[in-house]
Design a binder for this molecule. Structure first.
Ligand SMILES: NC(=O)c1ccc[n+]([C@@H]2O[C@H](COP(=O)([O-])OP(=O)(O)OC[C@H]3O[C@@H](n4cnc5c(N)ncnc54)[C@H](O)[C@@H]3O)[C@@H](O)[C@H]2O)c1
Ligand SMILES: [Zn+2]
Length: 365
């Protein structure tokens, strides 16, 4: 069971393989794509006990010179400090220009490893092997790599595309339920921003998605990666249309930051953020009450475990303003105009943002 989706970027085009129990085909695929023999697997200590040894064994069996670097789990690892320690290890191991980084993990490992691959020796080959639902439907695709700075998330990084993405849902069997919720944040986003039919599919199949039913997840992976591949092909560096991927993220990022990245995880921020931003769209007369209710009802069916109710609106608004200053000088919202369609709005009154938070707190009791 395997599908291939292509990200079309001329000479930097690459495939995304999605499916189940795909390990036996991995090394032959790397060879077919001319991935260097010297490989460094970067992963975290939650993932390593489950998947690292079988992967290294498989790679070595096919003559790859594979070694591993295991970092602690968590958003804090997306730091220049961690990157420096990885650079040191790579140099000490004599890893040269003709080598590859293989990111085995969720978005944290993916973003950090991508940053390493983009900068080590001015760029070495990158392969993404996402292991969370969120990374399999979103973060492993598209080439955004970054580490965080104390003054802002993802502030230091590069656009750097992988040579291939290998999303094996076999890895999802060990995923904690809270991470399934996070993945669903980005998944619902895809329905609202680009695909009404997919949104309706989620309405009918959400319960099976929540228990990671293989057939449903395969369809979800294919659709989400397909939408992201198309948006990235049209606008690799987010100077235009790709920005729509940020629906739910203006409020979502502010929630993450207001909780110092310890209260709300990225995907949870997106779920809560979509409720607030959908409310804003309704109040601005951009969508009907019916459209608003459909989006909110779908999100209400997803268990959100983050204790976001404890966050203070003032802190959230402050985080949003800081984002505004560092990023573009304007508070930018991606708001729905229907299911399957969004538009960018730059003028939203602070009072309305405040009300939207209050409404969201009540909606997601
Ligand atoms: N580059 C992009 O385009 C992009 C897009 C969206 C999000 N992101 C970034 O992605 C990050 C969030 O990624 P995430 O949600 O995957 O979180 P994550 O990488 O922190 O993984 C979540 C948790 O699950 C564990 N884990 C991962 N795979 C597992 C498995 N198969 N079994 C058991 N445990 C497993 C991890 O150790 C971690 O504790 C954020 O930093 C966010 O900014 C980047
Ligand atoms: Zn996101």
């Amino acid at each position: 069971m395997r599908h291939t989706i292509t990200v079309n970027l001329h000479e930097r085009s690459y495939p995304i393989y999605v499916g189940n129990d795909m390990l036996s085909g991995f090394a032959p695929t790397l060879q077919r794509h001319g991935i260097p023999r010297q490989l460094v697997v970067i992963t975290d200590s939650h993932i390593a006990p489950h998947y690292l040894q079988p992967l290294l064994k498989h790679l070595r069996h096919f003559d790859f010179d594979a070694s591993a670097i295991v970092v602690p789990p968590g958003e804090q690892q997306k730091s220049l400090r961690r990157a420096t320690s990885i650079f040191t290890t790579l140099l000490e191991r004599g890893i040269g220009r003709k080598s590859a980084v293989l990111a085995l993990g969720g978005g944290v490992v993916g973003d950090l490893s991508g940053f390493i691959a983009a900068t080590y020796h001015r760029g070495i080959t990158l392969v993404q092997m996402p292991t969370t639902l969120l990374s399999q439907v979103d973060s492993a695709v598209g080439g955004k790599t970054a580490v965080n700075h104390p003054l802002g998330k993802n502030m230091i990084g590069a656009f750097y595309q992988p040579s291939l993405v290998w999303a094996d849902m076999h890895c999802l069997r060990t995923l904690p339920p809270r991470e399934v919720t996070c993945g669903l944040g980005e998944i619902v986003k895809y329905g609202v921003i680009a695909d009404a039919e997919f949104f309706a599919y989620l309405e009918s199949h959400l319960d099976r998605a929540l228990v990671l039913d293989e057939k449903i997840i395969l369809h979800i992976q294919s659709v989400c990666c397909g939408i992201k591949a198309r948006l990235v092909s049209e606008d690799e560096r987010e100077t235009g249309r790709r920005v729509i991927l940020n629906y739910g993220h203006t409020v979502g990022h502010a929630l993450e930051a207001a909780g110092a990245f310890r209260v709300v995880k990225h995907g949870e921020g997106v779920l809560v953020g979509m409720v607030a931003e959908t409310y804003i769209a309704r109040e601005l007369g951009m969508i009907s009450g019916d459209v608003h209710d459909r989006i909110v009802k779908l999100i209400q069916r997803i268990p959100i475990r983050a204790r976001f109710h404890a966050l203070k609106p003032a802190d959230i608004l402050r985080a949003m303003s800081r984002d505004k200053k560092t990023v573009s000088g304007k508070k930018r919202f991606v708001l729905p105009t229907n299911i399957g369609n969004v538009t960018v709005v730059e003028m939203v009154e602070e009072k309305l943002i405040r009300t939207s938070l209050k409404h969201t707190w009540q909606t997601l009791q």
